[in-house]
Design a protein around this ligand. Structure first.
Ligand SMILES: Cc1cc2nc3c(=O)[nH]c(=O)nc-3n(C[C@H](O)[C@H](O)[C@H](O)COP(=O)(O)OP(=O)(O)OC[C@H]3O[C@@H](n4cnc5c(N)ncnc54)[C@H](O)[C@@H]3O)c2cc1C
Length: 396
């Protein structure tokens, strides 16, 4: 097949749309294939970090996201009993990013914004209601099979089809790692917690040896996340009594905050053994998943998609040999393992630490870090994923 036929991107989630938009921007023809009848309305991820916003700005999305989102200039760590441990101001990294803040904006908004930007591009086509069931590399082309039996041939396929990725599975790539025994419950409410928790930041993590939680504001809502122990049945978490118990943990003297959304998630730490195999490439949750503490899953997926699109475009245009795609695997898989997996596991362990000495050491470390401008800046470079991007760029 001609190398200049459209690249097939599987999955119109946030990472698939970023991959499609970034490929189009690099002059590559794209066919986007999505199992659902339309774009998903799932809220899930809502934190966008500074370098991700810089990248999405190049695709024309960031100003629209800011208009629909909420700029969070600070990040706070608290202890449930004793209050604020550390408070960070993203202004400390304003010299290395055009967006020195976290943007709180639900991921379904990003997909709609990007789709609006690319839908009329003559190099773009999309197929909804098109579930991919298999994907096979035939050496000179990839054949993508849909549930209705149709087959699409493409020079390259980018699997952005989420954690269960049929693209990854049909390539025989293992998804190594583990699943946490507890699940995470997200409750959202229109109640404004700033009325009862003085000085609360838009993003606040509360450590507690019995039950950590975090509070995060998105436009018009607060989202609270709690761990659910393995012995609690899924159904039990849907009751009013269970929610009231959770709200009591906030120590505000109230337990009756009205619930707008209630979602229970299983949480994993897994990385595909490779982010590509011949002409089939993986990005986003199809390639790696992690717990949401730190907001690094989707952000990491956007970083994958942008990295991959630049390299794949050069190969597709005939300006680079296909082995350039191996560098994508080394760079992105490398930092996902070294930074994102390690950091998100550490974030969870910090919040849930039971041992008194470990808790004190964590609090002391955080206080010292927040109190020293150089350490605080270094911390924010890590938390906003700038460090992981710098590291990826060093890998050859
Ligand atoms: C509670 C929670 C909070 C989170 N918060 C954050 C956060 O604040 N920041 C952050 O960075 N990350 C966060 N994450 C992670 C984030 O939601 C995911 O990393 C993100 O959704 C990954 O995007 P994706 O496009 O790779 O996959 P998905 O969002 O799963 O999209 C996959 C797409 O592929 C389609 N698809 C699937 N199978 C097929 C098929 N066979 N054929 C065709 N199409 C198919 C699906 O319909 C879907 O549209 C959070 C996750 C959870 C659970």
């Amino acid at each position: 097949m001609a190398e200049t036929e459209p690249v097939v991107v599987v999955g119109a989630g946030p990472v698939g749309l970023v991959a499609a938009a970034a490929l189009l921007r690099n002059g590559v023809k794209v066919t986007l294939v999505e199992a659902g009848p339309t774009l998903s309305g799932e809220m899930r991820g809502s934190t966008f970090h500074a370098p991700t916003l810089d990248m999405l700005d190049e695709l024309g999305a960031t100003p629209k996201m800011i208009a629909q989102g909420l700029v969070a200039p600070r990040l706070q760590y608290r202890d449930r009993e004793t209050g604020v441990i550390a408070d960070f101001d993203f202004g400390a990294i304003a010299d290395v990013t055009r967006h020195p803040f976290r943007l709180q904006c639900e991921q379904f908004k990003l997909t709609r914004i990007l789709y609006g930007i690319i839908r009329d591009d003559p190099n773009f086509s999309v197929r909804f209601d098109a579930e991919v069931t298999a994907c096979a590399d035939h050496g000179n082309e990839v054949r993508v099979t849909l549930a209705d039996g149709a087959v699409i041939a493409a020079p390259y396929v980018v699997g952005c089809d989420g954690a269960r990725s049929p693209v990854r599975k049909s390539s025989g790539l293992a998804f190594e790692g583990f699943t946490w025994p507890e699940r995470f419950l997200v409750l959202s409410t229109e109640y404004d917690f700033r009325e009862v928790i003085p000085g609360l930041s838009d993003v606040s993590y509360f450590s507690d040896p019995e039950e950590w939680f975090f509070l995060l504001r998105v436009p018009g809502l607060w989202r609270a996340m709690f761990p659910v122990p393995a012995e609690v049945a899924d159904e039990a978490t849907g009751t009013e009594a269970y929610a009231r118990d959770r709200w009591r943990r906030l120590n505000t003297g109230r337990d009756d905050y009205p619930i707008r959304h209630r979602t229970l998630y299983r949480v994993h730490q897994r990385v595909a053994e490779r982010f590509g195999h011949g002409r089939i490439l993986l990005a986003g949750d199809a390639a790696h998943i992690n717990n949401p503490l730190g907001g690094m899953g989707l952000n990491g997926g956007v970083h994958d998609a942008v990295n991959l699109a630049g390299k794949l475009a050069r190969v597709w245009h005939g300006d680079a040999a296909p082995r350039l795609l191996d560098l994508y695997d080394r760079q992105r898989r490398g930092v996902i393992v070294e930074h994102v997996q390690r950091q998100t596991i550490q974030n969870k362990q910090n919040l849930e630490a039971r041992d008194a000495a470990a808790r004190e050491a964590y609090k002391r470390r955080m206080r010292e870090t927040a109190g020293d401008p150089a350490l605080a800046r270094d911390f924010l470079l890590g938390a906003s994923m700038i460090k992981s991007l710098r590291r990826a760029a060093e890998i050859e």
